[in-house]
Design a binder for this molecule. Structure first.
Ligand code: BTN
Length: 250
């Protein structure tokens, strides 16, 4: 897994230190252990299988051994706390650009952290942060359904999720895809102002009527993209409202 990755990697620092596990509990958990040991900025943790993959809001993330692309990126960033939401968006646009350039595969994004294809989920992003000095240590965990076949998707996922292989009929070299995603990840970390316009372009529901879930409230409104801090803009009954969290049904 790692030789091809290293051959394809064109970044300056992101992914130059790679920790590969055939199996681990969660690449995010492994990443925090490496942070505690004082790992290099830009270290990437990659696994072929996770036993306790973490999803958003305490959910579990299921991946398929050897078929999913599961990894976490560790970096330090100096950013005001109100802009932390940008990091999930940055991760999303890096995946979209990486898949477009490496595979000519057109992924899209769904607020706030989902990677989708024609309304079905292909991947998810889990950002975990801890304060460090003036900024934050970030562990950005990304899980992508890459080479899964229909029979690998369990239960409800059969209807709500898909993989790049299912949609394109082509097997993917996960190492090359990862190297391409990391190239864009590093680029956007250095060009944060490009994240929002790119995210809005890749958004699957831009200017569409959506059901927006914020806590217990459900707002029917039009999604008008994201603000410079990465918050969702929803227009409902003639009023624009801004949300930092929540989820969307499209
Ligand atoms: C979501 O709920 O949509 C986010 C899922 C994030 C899953 C990835 S897989 C790699 C990394 N390690 C984890 O334990 N979770 C993230």
């Amino acid at each position: 897994m790692t030789k091809l990755f290293r051959d394809k990697l064109t970044t300056k620092y992101l992914g130059r230190t790679l920790h590969y596990f055939p199996v681990t509990e969660s690449t995010n958990a492994a990443a925090w252990n490496l942070v505690a040991e004082g790992c290099e900025n830009g270290t990437v943790v990659l696994a072929d299988h996770q036993l306790k993959g973490r999803g958003r809001r305490g959910s579990e993330w299921h991946s398929t051994r050897d078929y999913s692309l599961i990894f976490s990126v560790i970096y330090h960033i100096d950013i005001p706390p109100e802009k932390l939401g940008l990091l999930a968006l940055l991760s999303g646009v890096s995946v979209v650009d990486g898949a477009r350039v490496n595979l000519s595969f057109p992924l899209q994004l769904k607020w706030p952290n989902d990677i989708v294809f024609q309304g079905k989920k292909v991947g998810g992003i889990l950002i975990e942060t801890r304060r460090k000095n003036d900024g934050f240590i970030v562990v950005a965990g990304i899980g992508l359904n890459v080479n899964e076949r229909n029979e690998d998707l369990m239960g409800e996922l059969k209807h709500t999720a898909t993989s790049i292989y299912i949609e394109s009929g082509k097997r993917v070299r996960r190492e090359a895809l990862l190297a391409s995603i990391l190239f864009y990840y590093e680029y956007y970390l250095e060009n944060l102002h490009e994240v929002i316009p790119q995210w809005n372009t890749a958004c699957a529901h831009y200017d569409q009527v959506t059901s927006f879930h914020s806590g217990k409230e459900v707002i029917e409104g039009t999604f008008h993209g994201v603000t410079e801090n990465g918050y969702a803009v929803i227009e409902s009954m003639g009023k624009k409202r801004i949300f930092s969290g929540g989820g969307i049904e499209i």
